[in-house]
Ligand binder design. Structure first.
Ligand code: ATP
Ligand code: MG
Ligand code: MG
Ligand code: MG
Length: 469
């Protein structure tokens, strides 16, 4: 029976190889020749030039398991059962070769015959006007009409500005009421009950400047299936975090702290965030990224700092993340063998970044303590937005940390004032950009600006940084 992450990946690649696909290794996380993209965020991303026809693919059918980073999901990590910053996307691609009928029939064959998922738990979404997809699911696969849910453009149509676009169809797995019972636990909703496992994109139109959808002469297929999500189903775990792709990391941290994983919601979240972030950081560094104050490097820096902060909640006062790199390398070896070869380098980078963050924190902490003494002397119990912002901006002291420490001594922090300062900072950054005729990478990015950028990055998954329509 197929169960482990490694077995699922292999079964997927073998299955599509048996359907005439060329199996390729995962591309590195850092995109090549694609300035529009910070990280590879979907299986199709390395193949954009095959999709738009500017390069000829080595074969018209390709399958991969692709390493992905999605920074736009960072806030979801630990909150939902299914989101990571680093994950693997299994995919099969057709460049002007097979189309909808094969993509759908093979997807169904794979989930029901190879993975042997319970068909009663599977639900399909299609784009509302995609009669062709409906007929294939209904007449060829044989699904009842009520199992095929029609959704609008927002959910089931992929389009990025003008150019190739098309409807998609997604496979969802019902994990039962126990997995979620809120208004969001509907198919396509934000809840965790109906788990979206596989997206099949049918690139069949060219959207023109004139606003017309013209049929493409060469239709493409682009699919993406989340490995960790499928593993959670086959391993019958509560969330992705208890699968063999992540849990060994949580176990290692638990061993280090002695605090049970499920002690309370805070520990659960902390362990999940740490395990998630170290996977991103370790694999990205092995692909050539380094902590920095801008761009990709800033993502690495932010992920390490964020994980270190959650580590503090578990009592870590010294660098500890770097100790998880070796275990990460074992887990991802089949898809990211580079990590094992560069273990020492990656450990050193993570450790020194942790050290410098701890120094910054210590500095900020002593300034905060001084500030509290001053306020106390003045009989005040509110830290101004300006002071909180200074701690944040100069010492990398996140707002919630200031709030937390302040609360311990009975102080409050002016959140509104802090937000105002943040907005002013954004304005300054914008103005500075205009003045210096900003080009990417020239101007040092501030924390605040980076946050704005993160919030604005849609990372819709199937293309560039541009917004999906
Ligand atoms: P969701 O709606 O759950 O956020 P999505 O619609 O953003 O997922 P797609 O862009 O369609 O995801 O990506 C294809 C597949 O990749 C998804 O069906 C899912 O299995 C997987 N996937 C997407 N985002 C993540 C993530 N952050 N962590 C783990 N797996 C993911
Ligand atoms: Mg998403
Ligand atoms: Mg979705
Ligand atoms: Mg999707």
């Amino acid at each position: 029976m197929i169960k482990s992450g490694d077995e699922i990946r292999q079964a997927y690649l073998d299955f599509f190889a048996s359907k005439g696909h060329l199996v390729l290794d995962s591309a590195p996380l850092i995109p090549k020749n694609d300035p529009s993209l910070l990280w590879i965020n979907a299986g199709m991303a390395p193949f954009k030039s095959y999709f738009d026809g500017s390069l000829e693919p080595p074969k018209h059918r390709i399958t991969t398991s692709q390493k992905c980073i999605r920074t736009n999901d960072i806030e979801n990590v630990g909150k939902t059962a299914r989101h990571h910053t680093y994950f693997e996307m299994l995919g099969n691609f057709s460049f002007g070769d097979y189309f909808k009928a094969e993509a759908i029939n093979w997807a169904w064959e794979f989930v029901t015959e190879v993975l042997q998922l319970d068909t009663d738990k599977l639900w399909i979404t299609i784009y509302e006007d995609d009669e062709e997809a409906f007929e294939i699911w209904h007449d060829e696969v044989g699904l009842a009409e009520e199992r095929i849910i029609r959704m609008g453009k927002k959910e089931n149509f992929w389009q990025i500005g003008t150019g190739p676009c098309g409807p998609c169809s997604e496979i969802h797995y019902d994990r039962g009421e126990a997995a979620g019972n809120s208004a969001e636990d509907v198919i396509g909703g934000e809840g965790d009950r109906f788990l979206e496992i596989w997206n099949l994109v049918f690139t069949q139109y060219n959207y023109t400047e004139a606003g017309e959808y013209l049929e493409l002469p060469n239709k493409n297929i682009d699919t993406g299936m989340g490995l960790e999500r499928v593993a959670s189903i086959l391993q019958e775990t509560e969330t992705n975090f208890e699968t063999d792709l992540i849990k060994p990391l949580i176990d290692q941290v638990v061993e280090m702290t002695g605090i049970p994983y499920r002690k309370d919601q805070t520990t659960i979240t902390a362990y999940r965030v740490i395990a998630d972030h170290i996977r991103s950081v370790a694999v990205a560094i092995s692909d050539g990224a380094l902590p920095a104050n801008e761009g990709r490097g800033y993502v690495i820096r932010r992920l390490i700092r964020r994980a270190a902060r959650y580590g503090r909640k578990l009592g870590f006062e010294n660098p500890f993340l770097y100790k998880l790199v070796a275990k990460t390398a074992e887990i991802v070896e089949a898809v990211a063998p580079e990590l094992k070869n560069q273990l020492e380098h990656v450990e050193n980078v993570v450790k020194s970044e942790e050290k410098s963050f701890l120094q910054t924190l210590a500095q900020g902490l002593s300034i905060l303590e001084e500030l509290l003494l001053e306020l106390e002397a003045e009989n005040k119990n509110l830290i101004s937005g300006q002071d909180a912002f200074k701690l944040y901006d100069t010492y990398g002291f996140p707002f919630d940390l200031t709030e937390e420490i302040a609360a311990e001594s009975g102080f409050k922090v002016d959140q509104q004032g802090f937000d105002q300062e943040m907005e002013l900072q954004r304005q300054r950054a914008r103005e500075a950009r205009e003045e210096t005729n900003f080009s990417r990478g020239e101007l040092e990015k501030t924390y605040a600006e980076f946050k704005t950028e993160l919030a604005a990055e849609p990372f819709t998954g199937y293309n560039s940084l541009e917004e999906k329509a």
